[in-house]
Design a protein around this ligand. Structure first.
Ligand code: NCD
Length: 316
């Protein structure tokens, strides 16, 4: 059961909680194909999106999800806000809290910032990515995409490739896919492996051809240069040659292996552009589609838990 007040990461979820979210998201994925998508599940609730870091798909996805469920949605432009004038994160949180939002969606460049904020507010908080720590809704939408494509979410071999060290997407996926009893292989240059990788319960290699052997899923990651402060890779050309996904390297995987990428993609750096668009192999567009469904599911469950805790508080 998903009984949490916030969604801050995958690490604290149970396999049952994950399955509950995915089952509800599956229902919303079907609902989202209807012409009339409007529902009133979140009617009367206020959702505020606070993005302290650039985002295209994640912010749009949370906004569409909230609107489809009937919430009042506000996007706060953190570039233009008082943050630029030196207000601390806590002050911003307290100011917002005084406006009584019900759901707060937060993306922040520092690991742990979203948790800190959640401790200061009365509403439900969703982590939309904090530093290199976690990006829980991305891992959930990846899981839903895999489950729909493979018919199951256990006993699969899944390769996560590229810049693992700087990736919150990789961390959340390692937690989720591990909890669901899959075999995980991390592939990438040694310089882009996180410290303590040996404690994660995964296989590690720097050889793409060897690592992709017989995998069911190939998950590619963006080279996150904005988080690199030195020479982690030789050159983009050499990186593509050794770790970029192209048809020749993909030939090592199972013939029905799917290709994933959380976006934004650097075509010709971590992935061949034609392969990324190949609808027979790539599920990248479906990941975006599942993103809306997963966020609808998470918001419905958090709103339910929020109502329950408010009812309990008034009957005490
Ligand atoms: C990811 C992120 O922001 O962590 N993108 C996303 O949410 N779709 C991955 C990335 O930026 O490379």
């Amino acid at each position: 059961m998903f009984t949490q007040r916030h969604l801050l990461g995958i690490e604290s979820l149970t396999p049952e909680g994950i399955t509950e979210i995915l089952d509800l998201a599956d229902h919303y994925a079907k609902h989202n194909l209807k012409q009339n998508k409007h529902l009133d599940v979140l009617a009367g609730l206020t959702q505020v999106n606070m993005f302290f870091e650039n985002s295209t798909r994640t912010q749009a996805s949370f906004e569409i999800a909230g609107k489809r469920l009937g919430a009042d949605v506000m996007n706060m432009s953190m570039q233009a806000s008082s943050i630029k004038k030196g207000e601390t994160l806590i002050d911003t949180a307290l100011t917002l809290n005084a406006m009584h939002p019900d759901l707060l969606v937060v993306r922040h460049p520092h690991s742990g910032a979203v948790k800190l904020l959640a401790e200061k507010v009365n509403c439900a908080v969703m982590n939309a990515g904090d530093g290199r720590h976690e990006h829980p809704t991305q891992a959930l939408l990846d899981a839903l995409t895999i489950r729909r494509s493979k018919g199951r979410l256990h006993r699969l071999t899944i390769a996560i490739c590229g810049d693992i060290a700087h990736s919150r997407v990789a961390r959340s996926n390692i937690f989720l896919l591990g909890k669901m009893e899959n075999r995980i292989r991390l592939i990438g240059p040694k310089t882009l492996m996180p410290s303590g990788v040996d404690k994660l319960g995964v296989e590690v290699t720097d050889d793409m051809n060897e690592g992709l052997k017989d995998v069911d899923v190939v998950m590619m990651l963006r080279l996150q240069k904005e988080r690199m402060d030195g020479g982690f890779i030789p050159s983009e050309r050499e990186y593509y040659h050794r770790w970029g996904l192209d048809p020749a390297k993909l030939a090592n995987a199972k013939p029905d292996a799917i290709v994933m990428h959380p976006g934004p993609m650097n075509r010709g750096v971590e992935i061949d552009g034609t392969l990324a668009d190949d609808i027979n192999r790539s599920v990248i567009q479906e990941q975006v589609e599942m993103g809306v469904a997963v966020r609808m599911a998470v918001m419905e469950l958090l709103a339910r838990n929020l109502r329950k805790s408010k009812e309990e508080a008034t009957t005490c």
